[in-house]
Design a protein around this ligand. Structure first.
Ligand code: KG4
Ligand code: ZN
Length: 329
């Protein structure tokens, strides 16, 4: 089995990993959240500079702490998009330099497909076809994975991504950045039925998403009402998102005739989504989540996605460039 070294730098996590025999030898992640939180979101220029400082430090840690021997790897994988162009370029330049110096093949990986492969890292016996609900800070998509390397997008968000809605509503409620984990945490103390916020595009088995109306509805609610329990607003908002994600995943299964659902991306860490999705198993669905440490951006998932490309000999030229708006199909 090949040994694949991978780099991820598409947003605000710097990460390197080594995959051997479908298992991670290490998956080092350094999150920049602290650096960006005071700005209420990721500042692209700061992110790029930080990747530049941190990736060599991570490499040093891998060599000293895990005995990484770069001469013994078979390929170098890197996220080529989608993501922030400057941030992507740091990882890509680093990976290309290694590939050139070590004379190893270079594999470019779509970040979204990387998230899908976090499911295969966690569940070694998982196999396609599977319906994937990809919910991150930048993307919300329902994907039919027919086979390795064969993806069809069944629906996507028309405006905000699910994670973005969590982050924006957290800002409205003064909960800090990133908002998803905060809303998840305080919702445990709130009533999800306290307020009825809108669920959009819920007719005709529509598989597209829209979360901007929901966010605006929470904003107006907070502006108009003086007395409310923040926990109730958070829990009711979260319930609206989860209702939509679950119903549309069920429709995607009905339409494609596949009863397996995998949830991936940052929002797949959400505890309410995990609980409610898992309940679908009672209705005959099989539901899969990545382990919590693989929900956030990490190079391990990039290495696992790259393994499929390695098997097919799908390598990149050293002229590889970042593709900030790369789509899945
Ligand atoms: O996949 P990811 O790490 O980065 C992107 O590729 O976008 O996702 C980050 C997003 C953020 O919007 C964050 O608020 C959200 O995932 N998130 C959560 C939770 N943990 C992270 N949303 C809801 N509940 C969580 N527990
Ligand atoms: Zn991501």
């Amino acid at each position: 089995m090949p040994r694949i070294f991978a780099v991820e730098s598409s947003c605000d996590e710097s990460s390197i990993a080594l995959l051997e025999d479908e298992k991670l030898i290490f998956n080092l992640v350094l999150s920049q959240t602290d650096l960006h939180s005071k700005y209420g979101g990721v500042v692209p220029e700061i992110a790029s500079r930080r990747h530049l400082e941190v990736i060599p430090i991570l490499l040093n840690e891998a060599v000293e702490g895990y005995g990484l021997d770069l001469d013994r790897i078979d390929a170098i994988a890197v996220t080529k998009g989608p993501g922030l162009i400057g941030a992507l370029l740091v990882g890509i330049t680093f990976a290309k330099s290694l590939a050139y110096v070590l004379k190893k093949p270079l594999i470019g990986v779509n970040h979204l497909i990387g998230h899908i492969y976090s499911l295969f890292l966690t569940h070694r016996d998982l196999s396609p076809p599977i319906v994937v609900l990809l919910v991150s800070g930048g993307h919300t998509e329902l994907i039919l994975m027919k086979d390795h390397g064969n993806f069809e997008v069944l629906g996507r968000t028309l405006d905000d991504a699910a994670g973005e809605a969590f982050d924006k509503v957290a800002r409205i409620l003064n909960l800090g950045y990133p908002g998803g984990p905060q809303i998840d945490r305080i919702s445990k103390f709130g009533n999800p039925k306290a307020y009825r916020f809108p669920r959009a595009l819920m007719d005709g088995k529509n598989l597209d998403f829209s979360f901007s109306g929901l966010k605006t509805s929470v904003k107006y609610f907070v502006q108009k009402n003086e007395h409310f329990k923040v926990e109730d607003v958070a829990a009711s908002f979260q319930e609206a998102v989860v209702d939509v994600l679950i119903q549309k995943s069920i429709w995607a299964c009905e339409i494609s005739g596949v009863m397996k659902i995998g949830v991936a991306g940052g929002v797949s860490a959400n505890s309410r989504l995990r609980k409610r999705m898992s309940e679908l198993e009672r209705d005959g669905f099989k539901v899969f989540f990545p382990s919590k440490d693989l929900c956030i951006d990490n190079a391990g998932m990039i290495a696992r996605a790259a393994l499929e490309k390695y098997k097919k000999g799908e390598f990149e030229e050293l002229s590889l460039n970042a593709i900030p708006y790369l789509s899945i199909d």
